[in-house]
Design a protein around this ligand. Structure first.
Ligand code: MN
Length: 371
């Protein structure tokens, strides 16, 4: 990775090296934001217009994820209220993929933050919060993080959501608390941690947070997600989901959600604790993973086959509200067929032309789980 020598730049004109900019930058680095006002005065006295010299904060966040959006919103509120009331926030949605995740041009702010996503050793990265088990692309990245002395990079895989992690850290370290965002934090923890009270709560989408999750996960591109992040900084979840531009995207996704419940109902075969369904003919490649347990509360496991434009897939899951204990480790089973996952949920990917092979494997796993 190319390393740029320059630190965070101050203002769009990039006047690195001018005295006022340097002092303000130092203040920013050491969190002495009692100095915020004097930093503004210094900038004015050096002839910048306020609009041209406002801080630009780049926030890279996990895209199409409620917790990723809520993390970006909570961090932005904290930063704005604590350090820079006039800061301009710029968002970049990040997706997990096999090829290179980060490139130099992404770290173009005066401050650059990553929330709810993997670490980067890039010299321009100034803030980081994550709770994912696999937070480091390479062992060197983990080493780089452990050597960091900025005091602004945080990792705790014990947390169920990154939003709650950010809220707790900034409260402890900076005494910051956004009381009006408690609803946002609470729901990020429920959704990212799959801590639903029931399958009904997860599937019927009664709560505004659940409707927003469907919208955030299903919308195309990153524009709407970023609008939602900006609203999350100050509005209730009910207000956000009621916005016409959000409703426009939500409604067709909700129709699709209802259709998928009908399809899974129709295609399901239940026997000896295992629910099996084949969605290959239905052209349904994504669905709320709690639908099977909503329809068949007696099921302990589900096995399904589906196909999308780029792969065929066997999904194996277990019921969080199962009437009897989940004893099989689903990650171990999936690993045997070249897949992977967690003890309670796993998957195996195949090439799109390997549908018959996927069906054979699915049937085999269903049989094993029935035993
Ligand atoms: Mn998360």
């Amino acid at each position: 990775m190319a390393r740029e020598a320059s630190g965070p730049r101050w203002g769009k004109r990039g006047k690195v090296g001018d005295k006022a900019g340097d002092e303000a930058r130092e203040a920013a680095r050491f969190g002495q934001w009692g100095c915020l006002r004097s930093a503004s005065l210094l900038r004015q006295s050096s002839g910048f217009s306020a609009s041209e010299s406002d801080m630009r904060i780049r926030v890279l966040h996990h895209d199409h994820c409620f917790d990723g959006a809520a993390s970006a919103a909570y961090f932005s509120r904290f930063y704005r209220d604590t350090f820079a009331p006039d800061a301009e926030f710029l968002y970049t949605g990040m997706a997990h993929k096999a090829s290179q995740l980060f490139d130099d041009s992404m770290f173009d702010g005066d401050e650059n933050a990553i929330v709810d996503f993997k670490y980067s050793p890039h010299p321009n990265l100034t803030w980081w919060f994550d709770h994912h088990q696999s937070a480091f692309l390479r062992p060197e990245d983990g080493e780089h993080f452990r050597r960091d002395t900025s005091g602004k990079k945080f990792y705790d895989p014990e947390y169920r959501s990154c939003t709650k992690f950010i809220a707790d850290v900034v409260r402890q370290r900076w005494g910051y608390h956004a009381a009006d965002l408690e609803e946002l934090v609470k729901w990020a923890d429920i959704i990212d941690g799959a801590q639903y009270a029931s399958a009904k709560e997860a599937v019927e989408l009664g709560a505004p947070a659940m409707k927003l999750t469907l919208t955030i996960e299903g919308s195309k591109g990153s524009d709407l997600v970023q609008q939602i992040i900006r609203h999350m900084m100050s509005e209730s979840l009910e207000q956000i989901i009621s916005r016409p531009e959000v409703q426009e995207v939500y409604k067709p996704l909700y129709e699709r959600h209802l259709r998928s419940i009908g399809i899974i109902q129709r295609k399901s075969v239940y026997r000896d604790g295992v629910l099996f369904f084949d969605l290959v003919e239905e052209g349904l490649d994504g669905y709320n993973k709690f639908i099977p347990y909503y329809l068949f509360p007696e099921s302990v496991y589900t096995v399904s086959v589906s196909v999308s434009s780029f792969r065929a897939k066997v999904s194996v899951g277990s019921n969080p509200w199962a009437p009897r204990p989940v004893t099989h480790n689903l990650a171990t089973i999936c690993e045997r067929y070249g897949g992977g996952g967690h003890p309670r949920v796993g998957a195996i990917s195949f090439e799109t032309h390997q549908v018959e092979e996927a069906r054979r494997v699915a049937a085999e796993i269903a049989e094993e789980l029935r035993s």
